[in-house]
Write a protein that binds this ligand. Structure first.
Ligand code: ZN
Length: 274
């Protein structure tokens, strides 16, 4: 049977909420998580949510093989998908210490259910000597019940780094990084090259999402689409590459600015045509 999977590259946005000093996370203009106390924490979580939104459950093929070239391409792609240094560091270590080791016995095995088991490189007393990495689905709650299941997927590992330093890496320890790299590498080099090129194009035209003000608006020549969606309480408008948001109290004035900016652009365009 032929199975075709479409991988959409999601629009990512983190938006400051000045009134309560926190950050919200949007994926494809939909609020997927909120209440982060720093931009960095929000960015970390956004990258992981976006990865799952693109690829769904990270299920490895137990019979799949990976070439060195595919691993290198997978790592390049991971660098595009994850921006934070602590995560990038763990990706490098995953490749060096788990995936491409010189030992005769591989450090990892892929389980029949598609999860990954990794032998501990420095087993400690009282800790497991083999770590298990699996995809889990976060329980649904009042805040997330309306989201697609893909937005509630995360990876879980039982190593100490995963449990103790989650603020640093948002759930991407070295073992989780190894699983994500192997998963990408199993897609094959052609698919990875294509994905890399597409991502490069998308990121070069994605602007930083900003609080609406007229100077910001006029910096973007495209007309803005004014959004009136009840699920997006803070989103005001969007064009191909950017989402605008503001606090709910300022929404009406922001929307008025958007309409004025659109009208200005339309006037300029018709003046140029005369
Ligand atoms: Zn781990």
């Amino acid at each position: 049977m032929l199975t075709i999977t479409a991988i959409g590259i999601p629009h990512k946005a983190i938006i400051p909420i000045p009134t309560d000093d926190t950050w919200d996370i949007y994926l494809n203009r939909q609020l997927v998580a909120s209440g982060y106390t720093s931009e960095r924490a929000a960015q970390l979580q956004l990258d992981l949510i976006a990865f799952h939104a693109m690829f769904g459950v990270v299920q490895l093929d137990p019979r799949g093989t990976v070439t060195d070239q595919a691993v290198d391409l997978a790592l390049q792609l991971m660098r595009r998908l994850f921006q934070a240094d602590p995560v990038r560091l763990r990706m490098e270590r995953a490749r060096r210490e788990i995936i491409r080791t010189m030992g005769t016995i591989p450090l990892y095995t892929i389980q029949p259910d598609g999860s990954l088991r990794v032998r501990a490189s420095h087993p400690r007393c009282g800790q497991p000597h083999v770590y298990q990495v699996s995809t889990i689905i976060l329980p649904s709650s009042a805040e997330n019940y309306h989201l697609p299941e893909r937005c509630r997927l995360r990876e879980a590992c039982d190593c100490p780094d995963f449990a103790q330093r989650v603020q640093q890496h948002a759930g991407i320890c070295k073992h989780v990084a190894a699983k994500l790299i192997l998963f990408l590498a199993q897609q094959g080099t052609d698919a990875l090259k294509y994905l890399s090129n597409t991502l490069a194009e998308v990121s070069s035209r994605t602007a930083i999402d900003m609080i609406a003000d007229d100077a910001v608006l006029l910096a973007y020549p495209l007309p803005w689409e004014v959004l009136v969606e009840s699920s997006c309480t803070r989103i005001v408008a969007a064009n191909e590459a950017t989402v605008l948001a503001c606090s709910s109290a300022e929404k009406d004035i922001a929307r008025w600015i958007v309409c004025t900016a659109n009208a200005t652009i339309a006037t300029q365009a018709s003046a140029n045509n005369i």
